[in-house]
Design a protein around this ligand. Structure first.
Ligand code: ZN
Length: 275
């Protein structure tokens, strides 16, 4: 079996010139409906590669904490790239005649943020054993059904017809286990078509090992979420908005900033205040 770092090796590009919103329509026969799409800012420049899974292990939390506005999404993309995978679409920007290019619609970004926010909300309430918080989302109807309701989501965790065995496994009225079960469903639903397994050679063709292969950043974010959900990872938010892991031995528990750049910035502004 592959070791952790190997299994999660994944590089993702960030366009150096950044990203902009443009009104465009999906490239389909006769389609005329326009929508804002995130696209590469012209002129096209080099792309910087980074490793979200191993070097930015709290990125799924950063993503879920976004307000789904054009400016916050563009800021996120300028730091971490587009979502890729099935979020990508071939589009025709409004300035015609314009060639077809790849873009990501505002509505898809919004959906993805909401979905991850939903899953994280449930997980965080469950981890804190917050019954009041969970009761807003997990509802027992008598002894025969457990429902889940989140933003833009209505689902059934278990009923006499669906996963009936869970009704026996979960203590009547328990909200934590059904919430965690629903988080697991969200994760599986989101990674099933977005992460594949490949057995791959190293660069020198000496060794081969099993790798998880996300279809884009969106697949990587859910893989990251799954990995955090299965472990005991803890995260903290930096003043710049980025969430980072504070699980020893990767980082000290007392660490307050995501990078030395943010640490220095905070130090300088503190100095300015005290001067
Ligand atoms: Zn930071």
């Amino acid at each position: 079996m592959a070791n952790g770092a190997d299994f999660f090796q994944f590089f993702w590009p960030v366009h150096e010139n950044g990203y902009v919103w443009r009104d465009a329509r999906k490239d389909m026969e006769g389609n005329t409906s326009m929508e804002p799409y995130l696209t590469l800012k012209k002129p096209l420049t080099d792309q910087r590669m980074y490793e979200p899974l191993t070097k930015k292990s709290g990125l799924f939390r950063t993503f879920a904490s976004l307000r789904p506005t054009k400016s916050e999404i563009a800021n996120f993309a300028n730091r971490y790239g587009m979502l890729g995978g099935d979020v990508d679409a071939f589009i025709v920007p409004d300035a015609s005649p314009s060639p077809v290019e790849v873009g990501e619609s505002l509505s898809k970004w919004k959906n993805e943020i909401i979905l991850m926010k939903n899953a994280l909300t449930l997980w965080d309430f469950a981890m804190l054993n917050d019954r009041k918080g969970l009761a807003q989302h997990i509802v027992w109807e008598g002894t025969g059904m457990i429902k889940c309701r989140m933003t833009r989501f209505r689902g059934c965790v278990a009923s006499r017809e669906l996963r009936a065995h869970l009704l026996e496994k979960f203590a009547l009225g328990d909200l934590v286990k059904p919430a965690l079960y629903q988080v697991n469903l969200f994760i599986n639903e989101s990674i099933k078509s977005r992460v594949t397994l490949r057995n791959m050679w190293d660069q020198d063709y000496k060794h081969h090992n099993l790798h998880a292969l996300p279809n884009g950043l969106i697949g990587a974010l859910w893989l990251q979420f799954a990995n955090a959900f299965n472990g005991t990872k803890q995260f903290r938010q930096c003043s710049c908005g980025e969430w980072f892991e504070i699980s020893p031995p990767i980082t000290r528990k007392t660490r307050k900033h995501c990078s030395s750049a943010c640490k220095q910035k905070a130090y300088r502004s503190k100095k300015e205040i005290t001067q």
